[in-house]
Design a protein around this ligand. Structure first.
Ligand SMILES: NC(=O)c1ccc[n+]([C@@H]2O[C@H](COP(=O)([O-])OP(=O)(O)OC[C@H]3O[C@@H](n4cnc5c(N)ncnc54)[C@H](OP(=O)(O)O)[C@@H]3O)[C@@H](O)[C@H]2O)c1
Length: 241
């Protein structure tokens, strides 16, 4: 039987491409989306490219939706080998002084980008524990790096976004917390920075193609047993926290 991979926010952008690349590697892909029409249309595109793809309705900010999604995977597959926490929002499109960020935007961002990630991991863990080699990839960002943000002159230093960057830094901490708990269980948990990529999130203004942005996520999703856990990578290798 093929390995089963769940990708959140798989209806477009990097998540959709991750689903496509995982299917190329022989995974059966559960492509999750919060909107049924957009999600089903995306699954049709994946199937047209030869993928074994299944649609799953999943809004990562909705506890009932997450619970139903886990039940559906249990019913249809009984196991989960890979979880890619890709779904995220970015409500600040341009760098701005942290003193000007509104709490509303920070809270809304944390609902999806932080609390959603924790809730989905917790709900899917019983299924991941049934896998021989469970893998969790949390999609982070270079903007999450405390080390790089603290170095004057780096692009990370000059792009303050109190909601998005702080939320992604929390995602990195989530990675380490779960990696430590799950090391003995053989479940590897890592953070991936796709790098600046041409998607709706970046207003389709430049950046690398999704095929390249998705690459590091897919590599971490298919890690061998001797691969790392509790680490942060971009396409060039380890990233500083
Ligand atoms: N693009 C970049 O340069 C870049 C750089 C570093 C990191 N990243 C990260 O890469 C990941 C993918 O980003 P992207 O550029 O592909 O963005 P995108 O094109 O905006 O796609 C985001 C996806 O997340 C989904 N989503 C948002 N909120 C959701 C929720 N509550 N429940 C379920 N799905 C939800 C969106 O669904 P809808 O279509 O319904 O909105 C969409 O499918 C994100 O984690 C992002 O932070 C991106």
């Amino acid at each position: 039987m093929n390995k089963i991979a769940l990708v959140t926010g798989a209806n477009k952008g990097i998540g959709h491409e991750v689903a496509r690349q995982l299917s190329e590697r022989g995974y059966t892909v559960v492509a999750a989306a919060r909107n049924e029409a957009r999600g089903r249309e995306a699954v049709e595109r994946l199937r047209a490219s030869g993928a074994q793809a299944h649609f799953l309705l999943l809004d990562t900010t909705d506890a009932a939706s997450i619970a139903r999604a886990a039940d559906n995977i249990q019913r249809d597959f009984g196991v989960l080998d890979v979880l890619v926490n890709n779904a995220a929002i970015k409500l600040e499109f341009h760098p701005a002084p942290p003193s000007e960020a509104t709490m509303e935007v920070v809270r809304e961002t944390f609902e999806t980008n932080v609390f959603g990630v924790i809730a989905v991991i917790q709900a899917m863990l019983p299924l991941l524990r049934k896998s021989k080699a469970g893998r969790i990839v949390n999609v982070s960002s270079g903007l999450a790096s405390l080390t790089l943000s603290a170095i004057p002159g780096t692009k990370f230093h000059v792009k303050p976004m109190l909601s998005y960057n702080v939320a992604k830094a929390a995602v990195n901490s989530i990675t380490v917390q779960f990696a430590n708990e799950l090391r003995e269980a053989g479940i590897k948990v890592n953070s991936a920075d796709p790098g600046y990529t041409h998607t709706d999130m970046t207003l389709n203004q430049g950046g690398k193609p999704v095929a390249r942005g998705a690459g590091v996520i897919v590599r971490l999703a298919v890690l061998d047993d001797d691969g790392p856990t509790g680490a942060f990578f971009d396409e060039n290798g380890p990233m500083p926290w």
